[in-house]
Design a protein around this ligand. Structure first.
Ligand SMILES: NC(=O)c1ccc[n+]([C@@H]2O[C@H](COP(=O)([O-])OP(=O)(O)OC[C@H]3O[C@@H](n4cnc5c(N)ncnc54)[C@H](OP(=O)(O)O)[C@@H]3O)[C@@H](O)[C@H]2O)c1
Length: 205
């Protein structure tokens, strides 16, 4: 699913897939996407991947001295409320699947343990809205997983990956970053749920 029709079409062509347009900040768009997927046969795996990170016009991160309610609302609308909007809308479809899976794309910056560990890159990250939103995504993961034991619902940290999000400064390829997302999307009914993983295993909350 994509918010940009042209980019979505290009990606789908490469994969031999079809696109469904979705703006995760818009209830009507999310409802229309759920209807389209239902009409197309249903859903077994939902990957909540849509994410934004607040930056200043010159590309700088917005730290504690500058962050506003508006910035927080913008980031939470996609990363947190979007995850809830989409999961809520697709829940009836997932509940009809024999082996439903949800992967919430979180971040290493969601980890209170990591962000508090002095001397690490996570500790040095000055932004407020993005890590707070991803910590909320981790909490959604835990609460949804407990409430829906028939589904496998996990949060993943792809690692620092060269994408638009970081102006391609990330040190991994998209293929490397996607590996844990794809792996957790294939979790079977006996697999973990309510966890937080990167490529090497479980992460500290
Ligand atoms: N890159 C990293 O180092 C890194 C590290 C940890 C976690 N993550 C997480 O990985 C996920 C993917 O990010 P990325 O690195 O691939 O960044 P990206 O290149 O900026 O891609 C962001 C994605 O979110 C989609 N999106 C944004 N707002 C949306 C909305 N309102 N409705 C629907 N889709 C929306 C975009 O869709 P369109 O392209 O169709 O507009 C795009 O597919 C995010 O959740 C991010 O927080 C990334």
């Amino acid at each position: 699913m994509t918010a940009s029709p042209a980019r979505g079409r290009r990606a789908a062509e490469q994969l031999g897939a079809r696109t469904v347009l979705i703006d995760v900040t818009d209830d009507a768009s999310v409802a229309a996407a759920a209807q389209a997927v239902e009409a197309d046969g249903g859903l077994d795996v939902l990957v909540n991947n849509a994410g934004v990170e607040a930056r200043t016009p010159d590309g700088g991160l917005i730290g504690a001295a500058e962050v506003t309610g508006e910035v927080m609302r913008y980031v939470f609308d996609t990363n947190v409320f979007g995850t809830v909007r989409v999961t809520h809308a697709f829940l009836p479809l997932l509940l009809r699947s024999a082996a439903p899976v949800v992967v919430n794309v979180s971040s290493g910056l969601a980890s209170l343990t990591r962000v508090s560990a002095a001397g690490t890159p996570a500790y040095a990250y000055p932004g407020v809205a993005y890590p707070a939103s991803k910590a909320a995504v981790n909490m959604l993961t835990v609460q949804f997983a407990k409430a829906l034991p028939g589904m496998r619902i996990n949060a993943v940290e792809p690692g620092y990956t060269a994408t638009d999000l970081n102006a391609h400064a990330g040190t991994q390829t998209v293929e490397e970053g996607a590996e844990i997302i794809v792996r957790m999307a294939q979790t079977g009914p006996d697999g973990p749920t309510g966890g937080y993983f990167d490529a090497a295993g479980r992460l500290p909350w």
